[in-house]
Design a protein around this ligand. Structure first.
Ligand SMILES: O=C(O)CCC(=O)C(=O)O
Length: 301
């Protein structure tokens, strides 16, 4: 069954948002469903500079972007960063409401794991159904104590490939990961059975809406069949207690203290540019980084 989350009740009801808006009821909902949608988590004035940067810094995005291919060979684009500087991309993951939201839902202190902007241009590919912990397990995290917050930069609808979540699937535990295209997906047999038992929720989101989701929740997104692009920013946090036990090739995932910034940081323009001059862009280093399932790191441009 596909359910649209468009008209569901806001998760944080107050404006401006703060982690104090995460009531016990909402925390319980997150633990039951494996995700929590927060309407208007960011204001238009905070999202606009990010949206504009996709055009003003088009070259920098394009040169930092990895092009993943789905199992039909259609691409979608991801730019990653793990180090947080004072640019807009470095400030977003440090804003207090993000970090405190993640810590409240995780139930413990966290640090920044990575962030990314995932873009699906018109007629681009799908993101296979997967659990994020499927790969973070191989990075050496002992437990799935990681959480992501995905923020809509552009409107996200089923037509342009919005995020989809299998409600409650985080309780299934870690599934095997199968290679698909030049990316990976969850074990198709188990996935199919899970889909017969659980609801697929379309995370229909307006710019500024956000969704926090558990690292074991099954999620993906359909192809973008529309003529409108779909951009989202994903910020992921790992519990400090869950630093990777693998050291080699995991330098970029090591614990670094996370300096929280006031909720007003973006509105007040406390960043110096949209993005650092490549300083924040992380590309897998085949010499250094442990290849996951021997998949060439996000190959072909
Ligand atoms: O961009 C999307 O729709 C989902 C991206 C995602 O889940 C991922 O990159 O792990």
């Amino acid at each position: 069954m596909v359910l649209s989350a468009e008209f569901k009740q806001s998760a944080f009801d107050q404006n401006p948002k703060s982690s104090e808006d995460l009531t016990q009821e909402k925390i319980k909902q997150y633990h039951e469903d494996g995700f929590l949608i927060v309407r208007n988590f960011f204001q238009p004035e905070e999202i606009d500079p990010l949206l504009r940067s996709l055009t003003t810094h088009a070259k920098e995005y394009a040169s930092g972007e990895i092009r993943a291919l789905d199992n039909t060979g259609k691409p979608y684009s991801i730019i990653y960063w793990t180090e947080l500087g004072d640019s807009l991309l470095g400030v977003f993951p440090r804003v207090a409401r993000m970090v405190e939201g993640a810590e409240t839902l995780l139930g413990e202190s966290c640090y920044h794991w990575h962030s990314k902007v995932c873009r699906k241009l018109p007629n681009s590919g799908q993101v296979e159904w997967h659990q994020d912990y499927g790969s973070w397990y191989h990075d050496g995290c002992l437990s799935p104590q990681l959480i992501s917050c995905a923020i809509a930069i552009e409107p996200c609808t089923p037509e342009n490939g919005c995020l989809q979540i299998l409600k409650g699937s985080h309780v299934l535990g870690r599934m095997d990961v199968i290679k698909m295209g030049n990316t990976v997906g969850a074990d198709p047999q188990r996935l199919q059975i899970a889909m017969e038992k659980m609801e697929i929720v379309n995370c229909v989101m307006a710019p500024g809406d956000a969704v926090f989701f558990h690292s074991n929740v099954l999620h993906g997104s359909p192809p973008n069949h529309s003529d409108r692009s779909r951009a989202m920013m994903f910020c992921t946090y790992n519990a400090i207690s869950n630093q990777p036990f693998i050291l080699e090739g995991q330098e970029h995932h090591r614990y670094r203290p996370l300096q929280k910034l006031p909720n007003s940081a973006i509105i007040e323009g406390n960043y110096h540019s949209a993005m650092e001059d490549k300083a924040e862009v992380y590309k897998p280093n085949p010499e250094l980084d442990r290849p996951f399932m021997n998949i060439p790191p996000f190959a072909e441009k």
